[in-house]
Design a protein around this ligand. Structure first.
Ligand SMILES: Cc1ncc(COP(=O)(O)O)c(C=O)c1O
Length: 423
């Protein structure tokens, strides 16, 4: 079995009981199923393979901001994925996991000097540029290194998409990308610089884009931009068409990958460029749960709360994006149903994972799984309230491995010191 399913009334990750995992590694813990990640990668690869000719397959670059655990990067690297990075830290993790520079693209909006230098040293595939000053900066650093950087420019197509206003990135008011007019200007500027080579365009309209129809107008705008640039004599050899594919948190309709792939075939393929994609959440989101223990069932007289040992520092999506995550027990599914607000132990009212959730009665000490937590879960976790980061565990069929140790208290104090004048 793959993914998270019930066996003998107990929630399992692949073939491994979450009770056994909690016993071995404690709670809260992130638990991932490698087979789910494999399945997602292969489904996207297959959809593109069916729609596009063999010699025009896209470079699928996993947007690792979703989950940067090195074991997950390694899994995707062995499947043949490329990598999209947004920082020097992500670059170093990707190289450690075995990605070659040629498989990596950098898309951060505010690249700093050392990051640009590290990208050029690693000879990454391209740097995606978001502004004129950034272009000059890349040109300067490449010049100092005696290199020529391949760059693409991010177009803002002014399309409204994305599951929440904080993860919508392609509207003209957003900080991302450049308008069509600015793209024409930046291409001209780049042509006069000695250490950058403009090779194409990129686009990413948002995350958890639930309506597949949103991609079509964005592709059409990209296509007309390519034609305009070519008419001015510029070369456009690469198109990075972004990520943003949705996953199921509740009962969302999943994106029709075939429809998406057919639009790539009909609109992007005829432009005769290399095609790149940057999916993050889609690859890993449904592969993970945050496994937690209900410390106390608390009745205030007004409402009934489950107070978990996981908090918003472990999974911030519900409070940051008002995101819905399905919450279930790990066992005792046959108990009578009861309504609870499911919260963490942190001193913030926003430390809430779900309100008015109907669950089989939960007792103190019972295990709880917060589902679809594989993307933007651990990677956004923090030490808020001086809480050590939870461990990450990967399951693959019958195999279980800890892929990141739980932090200890010495870890969270590392690097801090009391000045002599306060002693
Ligand atoms: C430039 C870029 N590419 C790709 C992604 C990945 O998005 P998603 O995880 O929704 O696929 C993001 C997300 O923020 C992004 O900013």
């Amino acid at each position: 079995m793959t993914g998270f399913t019930l066996k003998n009334g107990i929630l399992h990750a692949d073939n491994v009981s979450l009770i056994d995992i909690a016993r071995e590694y404690g709670t809260p813990s992130y638990v991932y199923s490698a087979s789910v990640i494999r399945g997602q990668y292969n489904a996207l690869k297959d959809a593109m393979a069916k729609a596009l000719p063999a010699d025009r397959q896209p470079l699928l670059c996993y947007a690792c901001k979703a989950n940067t655990n090195i074991a997950i990067l390694k899994l995707l690297q062995t499947l043949g994925s490329g990598l999209e990075i947004v920082s020097e830290g992500e670059l170093r993790k990707g190289l450690t996991a075995g990605f070659t520079g040629e498989q990596i693209i950098s898309t951060s909006i505010g690249k700093v000097g050392p990051e640009i230098k590290a990208c050029l040293e690693a000879e990454i595939h391209q740097l995606n540029i978001e502004s004129v000053p950034e272009l000059y900066h890349v040109n300067d650093v490449a010049g100092e290194m005696g290199k020529k950087a391949k760059v693409v420019f991010r177009l803002n197509p002014n399309v409204h998409a994305g599951g929440h206003h904080k993860i919508s990135t392609g509207r003209k008011r957003d900080k991302f990308g450049l308008s069509a007019r600015r793209i024409m200007e930046i291409y001209k500027i780049a042509d006069d610089l000695d250490h950058v080579e403009p090779v194409g365009l990129s686009m990413h309209i948002g995350s958890q884009v639930s309506k597949v129809e949103a991609f079509k107008p964005a592709f059409e705008i990209l296509s007309s931009m390519v034609q305009e640039l070519r008419a001015e004599g510029h070369s456009v050899d690469r198109l990075d068409i972004g990520g943003g594919f949705p996953i199921r948190y509740q009962d969302e309709k999943l994106m029709d990958l075939t429809e998406y792939a057919n639009w790539v075939r009909d609109i992007v393929l005829p432009l005769d460029t290399e095609i790149q994609m940057e999916p993050g959440r889609y690859m890993v989101g449904n592969s993970g749960v945050l496994l937690s223990e209900n410390i106390y069932t608390k009745q205030t007289g007004e409402r009934d709360f489950l107070v978990l040992d996981a908090g918003m520092n472990d999974l911030i999506r519900p409070t940051l994006y008002e995101a819905y995550h399905n919450i279930t027990p790990v066992t005792h599914f046959d108990r009578p149903q009861h309504d609870y607000d499911v919260v963490g132990p942190i001193c913030e009212s926003g430390d809430t994972f779900g309100e008015s959730r109907t669950l089989p009665e939960v007792h103190d000490g019972d295990l709880i799984a917060i589902h679809s937590a594989g993307a933007y879960g651990f990677s956004m976790a923090s030490n808020y309230n001086s809480r050590p980061l939870p461990p990450e565990i990967m399951v693959d069929g019958d195999k279980v491995s800890i892929i990141r140790q739980r932090q200890g208290f010495s870890d969270i104090m590392k690097g801090e010191n009391i000045p002599d004048w306060l002693k």
